[in-house]
Design a protein around this ligand. Structure first.
Ligand code: ADP
Length: 373
């Protein structure tokens, strides 16, 4: 959990004893990470506050009128299985403690024996535990999607390779040489599709790995991108225009990958005779942040799909229309987040797209700048 994730926490206390909830509130107010504490005295108010606030942690009295604590815990967990709930119980209630932990509470505290330090540390642990669980589950889900997609996307080209090599062998044996070269071409295309898929999956996995950051001149990055894309730029007679670019703090291979995916998409998703891509940059926050803009004259993205396209494997077109894996923008997002920035897109169908991302400024010695560019 980063310091940023931890800041601005909201806590909900559901307890019919106002004295008790005042004490807990006082204990928690001393934690600078907590900036909002709300209180409810009944199950109904507690549940509706929970729904509207979605607090980072809920302190829930087991002995609510009607012995409703456990019931309410179940309702809260139905709304959000990752809700972190600390049950407040009375003395000597181990059976209750076991029951509430089984029902999904993050922890329990015995009301009379809890100290300010103890309560704050219990709350922090509960929040940390649930965030970690959410992250682990999301990663597992992502890995499962990865595997499903790999199996699904690799199957069609593998089937093509098998079919065309059988046709090739049969025609060759029959002495019919008319289509042999065409079959070889089809096999090469299918093999390339598998290669591209594996390369993209590898870059996605690598964008997760720990890398070290240093001052990087973005002029050098764009030169490498243009070099890598030279073939595609030539094939479409595309124009990629940019002015002088600043130095940023980052990892060069990832920054090349980021810009390459955006420029590559600008060329690919373009029906104009000549794809035109303009890369520009503005300084933000007194120059400590740079806002990069990659604008194309392509087919655009419907406004209601702008967030969707950053999700892994989400594509707006089938392979027959535009080839791809649906991972390019997900990789961009991971890279930018890794660099502490944000990425987003503004676009309209048929009106071109503009991708924005932010990176942190770096100062570079003049000699380094020359070397890098
Ligand atoms: P891929 O290009 O491999 O499908 P991406 O993650 O790079 O995957 O993009 C996801 C989807 O977003 C694409 O399938 C395409 O529909 C859309 N998209 C991305 N970039 C552009 C662009 N510059 N112009 C129009 N559509 C785009």
């Amino acid at each position: 959990m980063t310091a940023k994730d931890e800041a601005g926490q909201t806590i909900l206390i559901i307890d019919d004893s106002q004295d008790d909830s005042d004490v807990f509130e006082r204990f928690l107010r001393q934690d600078p990470k907590i900036d909002r504490i709300e209180k409810a005295e009944t199950s109904e108010d507690g549940l509706s506050l929970f729904e509207s606030l979605r607090p980072d942690c809920t302190l829930l009295d087991f002995n609510l009128p009607g012995h409703d604590g456990l019931n309410l815990l179940n309702q809260v967990k139905d709304i959000d299985p990752y809700a972190s709930v600390i049950m407040l119980t009375g003395q000597g209630s181990e059976d209750i403690a076991v029951a509430v932990m089984k029902a999904g509470a993050s922890d329990y505290v015995i009301k009379d024996s809890i100290s300010a330090v103890g309560l704050r540390s219990t709350v922090n642990n509960a929040i940390g535990k649930m965030r970690l669980q959410r992250k682990i589950d999301a990663q597992q889900e992502e890995q499962a999607t990865f595997l499903r997609t790999l199996l699904h996307d690799a199957r069609a080209p593998l089937r093509h390779i098998s079919t065309f090599s059988e046709l090739l062998a049969a025609d060759f044996e029959a002495g019919d040489h008319n289509n042999l070269l065409e079959y070889c071409g089809d096999i090469r295309i299918a093999a390339k599709r598998i290669q591209d898929l594996l390369d993209t999956l590898a870059s996605y996995a690598l964008s997760e790995s720990d890398v070290s950051f240093e001052p990087i001149c973005m002029n050098g990055v764009i030169e490498a991108v243009l070099d890598n894309l030279a073939h595609r730029i030539d094939a479409r007679q595309a124009i990629v225009h940019h002015g002088p670019l600043p130095a940023v703090t980052g990892h060069q291979p990832q920054l090349i990958q980021l810009l390459q995916n955006l420029v590559g998409n600008g060329i690919k998703y373009c029906e104009a005779e000549q794809p035109m891509i303009e890369i520009s940059v503005n300084a933000l926050d007194n120059g400590s942040t740079h806002l990069f803009k990659v604008q194309d004259n392509g087919i655009g993205i419907p406004e209601d799909r702008l967030a969707y396209v950053f999700q892994p494997f989400k594509r707006l077109w089938s392979q027959d229309v535009y080839e791809g894996t649906g991972l390019g923008l997900a990789i961009c997002e991971k890279i930018v987040k890794r660099h502490g920035g944000k990425i987003w897109c503004e676009s309209q169908k048929s009106r071109g797209s503009t991708f924005f991302f932010t990176l942190q400024h770096a100062d570079m010695a003049v000699e380094d700048r020359k070397l890098a560019s």
